[in-house]
Design a protein around this ligand. Structure first.
Ligand SMILES: Cc1cc2nc3c(=O)[nH]c(=O)nc-3n(C[C@H](O)[C@H](O)[C@H](O)COP(=O)(O)O)c2cc1C
Length: 201
């Protein structure tokens, strides 16, 4: 991999992802950690929505959501998900595909506790992805959970993280005349070494 230099240098894809995100934090107008998360339902019908990437660990990516949501049902049905993050300001993307498990332990508790009180109560109040009769009904639910949980709500049992353990990560950077640079890391599972390949644009 002698020609993998500059922003693609190094063999650890999680270190590269962290470095690219740190750059994007300097140049994006908002939500540099937004990812388009893709899942499939029981019929194989694809689905996608934005979520916020909260951790880039050594070996995995973590985001948080409602375990009763459509995305959670689809993730837990398939055991797999994919995401892409794209930064217009950098003209780069990172694509990830992998297996998914819940993160509903101390890390999820700590992240939930770090959120604003209104966001924590909002998590209690929202039956994410289910039909809602009106905005007023949602606000009534917020008032109900506020009375119930006060100023120190615990993490709801139906809310927590998912950890995506990639089998594939691709780093893409815009090049002149559409001659982009692409490098793909692949591995069978977490125990196996990565293989790295340059791909045609
Ligand atoms: C920039 C952005 C960030 C978002 N971050 C999250 C998030 O971290 N977790 C989440 O559950 N929903 C997040 N949402 C809302 C989701 O896109 C989506 O509406 C919601 O999770 C329900 O999706 P589902 O019905 O497919 O489960 C975000 C939306 C946007 C536009």
């Amino acid at each position: 991999m002698t020609d993998r230099t500059g922003i693609f240098a190094g063999d650890d894809p999680f270190a590269i992802a962290r470095a690219w995100l740190a750059e994007a934090e300097q140049s994006e107008p908002n939500d540099p950690n937004a990812i388009a998360l893709s899942t499939v339902d029981a019929d194989g019908m694809p689905n996608a929505r934005m979520v916020l990437l909260k951790e880039i660990e050594d070996g995995a990516f973590v985001f948080y959501t409602n375990y009763g949501s459509a995305k959670a049902r689809e993730i837990e049905g398939a055991g797999k998900a994919a995401f892409v993050m794209h930064w217009k300001s950098l003209r780069r993307q990172i694509r990830v595909r992998g297996t998914v498990t819940r993160e509903d332990g101390p890390l999820a508790d700590a992240y939930f506790a770090s959120r604003s009180l209104k966001s924590r109560l909002g998590a209690w109040a929202s039956h994410q992805s289910r039909p809602l009769s009106s905005r007023a009904a949602l606000m009534a639910e917020v008032a109900k959970v506020t009375a119930l949980h006060g100023t120190a709500p615990k993490r709801p049992p139906f809310w927590g993280g998912f950890r995506i353990v990639p089998v594939e990560i691709e780093f893409w950077a815009d090049g002149a005349f559409r001659l982009h640079d692409r490098f793909r890391w692949t591995r069978r599972d977490r125990e196996t070494a990565w293989e790295i390949a340059r791909l045609s644009p």
